[in-house]
Design a protein around this ligand. Structure first.
Ligand code: UD1
Length: 350
């Protein structure tokens, strides 16, 4: 088969790493990077570290308002699909690159497979939610990470070609753990961190970074903590933080975004995670680190139900209280599959 894989943003490079490796054993893959993320720290470092083949095509679209960014991607992807018509187009997750891929392919009657289908926050103010709903309704094969995702699709009338496969990010985590072998401690040393004696924070969702009240609540909470906080900062958040009025205390350390292996090390050794990232909520769970989610809802409801994740939104008092008192349950059942998801996805394509 000939397959065009569309990626553009950091979490998509991670997911594609596992599936591309499996796909290329037997099929021809054309890897199309929209260029949505373009800094080395947001893009290249993942291709290098996770041994993802260099993109065959990079549209170099870069940043922009939703309409112009998505529109430019749609135009660029359509040209590629017309010149190299594939058997399938693979899209991942919920970014503008996902949406553009789904629209371009479906209008050309090329079957679309959506990896990480069916997730919902039920909050249409999130651009990601709009991207998910539209992409799912345009997809021909829907690969879901959880039973809740399958149920969400059923509730929207999508029942055909829906498969519960598990989460491909666990494949990547397991692969990376084997490769890391002893190296993790280097990054802790470089950053001057001791195991379980710091908190890891990440914030990048527009609902937090573009809303001054929410961002201030989160930053005030970090300032009020009495433990070191390491904060690898997404460019979107850096712009908002440095442009805002809130000064960070010295125990809150903003650092550049980390590559996959370094992030894995810093995550697994943290005492606690504070985040609005979807991927990090799951990684925290798999690595046995309690997670405080800086959102009002999550797509990864199982991590909350099972007692390892708590939703606190952006209220300063609630965040500080959760950091001091949140205690996960003793047990941690397997969640989101068995780490053999990439092979299952490729099998379903075949
Ligand atoms: C996107 C996705 C989100 C995903 C996230 C992962 C959409 C609507 N959102 O949000 O679902 O969880 O990626 O990180 O697609 N920027 C840089 N350098 C880069 C990339 C971005 O400076 O390499 C800046 C841009 O200039 C812009 C901001 O970061 O100001 C946001 O970039 P954008 O492309 O909108 O995506 P994310 O916010 O990262």
């Amino acid at each position: 088969m000939k397959i065009v894989t569309i990626v553009g943003a950091r979490p998509q490079f991670i997911k594609a790493a596992a599936i591309s490796r499996e796909l290329r054993k037997r099929h021809q893959e054309i890897l199309l990077h929209t260029g949505q993320h373009y800094d080395y720290a947001m893009s290249g470092v993942f291709f290098d570290g996770l041994e993802i083949p260099a993109p065959d095509i990079n549209l170099g679209i870069g940043s922009g308002l939703h309409g112009s960014q998505t529109g430019a991607m749609l135009r660029g992807i359509e040209v590629v699909l017309l010149s190299k018509p594939p058997d399938w187009v693979i899209i991942y997750g919920d970014t503008n690159s996902t949406l553009a891929g789904a629209l371009a392919a479906s209008k050309l009657h090329i079957p679309v497979v959506h990896v990480e289908a069916g997730l919902r926050s039920f909050n249409r103010r999130m651009p990601e939610e709009i991207n998910r709903v539209v992409s799912d309704h345009l997809s021909d094969l829907l690969l879901c990470p959880s039973a809740a995702a399958v149920a969400n699709l059923t509730a929207e009338g999508i029942t055909r070609k829906v498969h519960l496969v598990g989460d491909v990010m666990l494949d990547v985590l397991n692969w990376a753990k084997q490769r890391a072998d002893g190296k993790p401690m280097e990054v802790l040393k470089r950053l001057g961190l001791n195991e379980r004696e710091y908190l890891l924070a990440t914030v990048h969702r527009s609902e937090n970074t573009d809303d001054l009240e929410r961002l201030t609540g989160i930053l005030n909470a970090l300032n009020a903590l009495d433990e070191p906080v390491i904060f690898p900062v997404h460019p979107r958040a850096r712009k908002a933080i440095t442009g805002g009025m809130c000064r960070l205390q010295p125990h809150v350390r903003l650092i550049d975004p980390l590559g996959y292996f370094e992030m894995l090390a810093v995550t697994s050794s943290a005492r606690l995670i504070l985040t609005d990232s979807g991927g990090l909520q799951k990684e925290a769970y798999w690595l046995g680190v309690p997670c405080i989610t800086l959102r009002d809802e999550t797509e990864w409801v199982e991590t909350v139900e099972i007692g390892w994740n708590t939703l606190v939104g952006s209220d300063c008092g609630r965040i500080v209280e959760a950091v001091r008192s949140f205690t996960p349950r003793a047990s941690r059942a397997p969640l989101y599959g068995d780490g053999l998801v990439a092979a299952r996805c490729v099998g379903l394509l075949e």
